[in-house]
Design a binder for this molecule. Sequence first.
Ligand SMILES: NC(=O)c1ccc[n+]([C@@H]2O[C@H](COP(=O)([O-])OP(=O)(O)OC[C@H]3O[C@@H](n4cnc5c(N)ncnc54)[C@H](O)[C@@H]3O)[C@@H](O)[C@H]2O)c1
Ligand SMILES: [Zn+2]
Length: 351
Amino acid sequence: MNTIKLDDYSIHLGPLGENFRGYLRKGNYNQVFIIVDENTRADCLPLLEKEAGEIPFEIIEIQSGETNKNISTCTQIWQQMMAQGGGRRDLTINLGGGVIGDMGGFCASTFKRGMDFIQMPTTLLSQVDASVGGKLGIDFAEIKNSIGLFKNPLAVIVCPEFLKTLSPRELRSGFAEVIKHSLIADAGQWTELQQIEKMEVSHAVKFLERSILIKKNIVEADPFEAGLRKVLNFGHTIGHALESNALNTDRPLLHGEAIAAGMICESYLSLKKGLLPRDLDQITRFLLKQYGKHDFGTDSYQKLLALMQQDKKNDTAEINFTMLKSPGEALFNQIAKEAEIAESLDYYRQQ
Ligand SMILES: NC(=O)c1ccc[n+]([C@@H]2O[C@H](COP(=O)([O-])OP(=O)(O)OC[C@H]3O[C@@H](n4cnc5c(N)ncnc54)[C@H](O)[C@@H]3O)[C@@H](O)[C@H]2O)c1
Ligand SMILES: [Zn+2]
């Protein structure tokens, strides 16, 4: 078990084991809630129950999926906590992907003004990305993560064992954030990643710790997104637009799949700006090999650009990007014009 220490909590990487029981004993909690969805109840809860031994739990099951990351699911969670006489001296364990982590953390930190919670991320995406940074929340009025807060958990326990039941598509989607972390901050890891033919759990395990450390270093330098933390948005301005645009089609994209396409387009923009002189081709080839090509036509450009304008991370009417100077080095607050963005979409489509 490796431990990554942050200012006021730790991320434990490895089997659940003693660390987990230690937190339960130390807290001397009145009761323990575990929030799961139907998938993590079936695939992940048995492992946790085995480790918990005699400690009794109240299980709160919600329906999986981003569409349920909303206030009505929160109401369900709060109602169950209320019915059990929940309070500040209880503990919540969020056992699931980013949806459960964000929403369960939000519910736990607002119920009766807040109880302790432990994040137990079970997808690769939530292990390398949502596990650091203290962002909690839900979607509201069709805007992702528009209600929420920054609040750190009591601890994060990243157990790679959980990844074994994840679908290959979900695993590959989470891998996009590992690739992003290497492209913005770790050239050595980028070189190593390119050796991977097809993403497997063993690769994820190999890169987990370094990837978490990259995010930790960035978040610690800029906890409230004043500047540097924006480098984590690499691939996300165009990626989010592609993700939203595909949402109500017969071929929706997973987050990481959209970000992979976004990273190709934003690498192209980097080259256009005189950055990234050598590596565009390699980045494009590797991402296309792993993720294939997402199909969209010029008829979606206007909508995609409008979606990018709406992106809450843009302070002004101009479209703001994080660009790559070279693999391992990113620059935030880079501006691109609509015509240049359209050109980057052309570049992607012509591959
Ligand atoms: N707080 C943050 O900093 C942060 C960072 C990145 C993403 N997020 C949020 O995370 C969410 C996306 O997270 P996600 O990709 O983990 O999606 P998710 O939570 O929807 O999980 C994806 C699917 O995998 C299933 N699943 C989870 N773990 C499993 C396992 N071990 N075995 C089998 N099935 C499993 C889930 O039931 C779900 O169907 C978004 O809402 C996003 O906003 C938050
Ligand atoms: Zn992301």
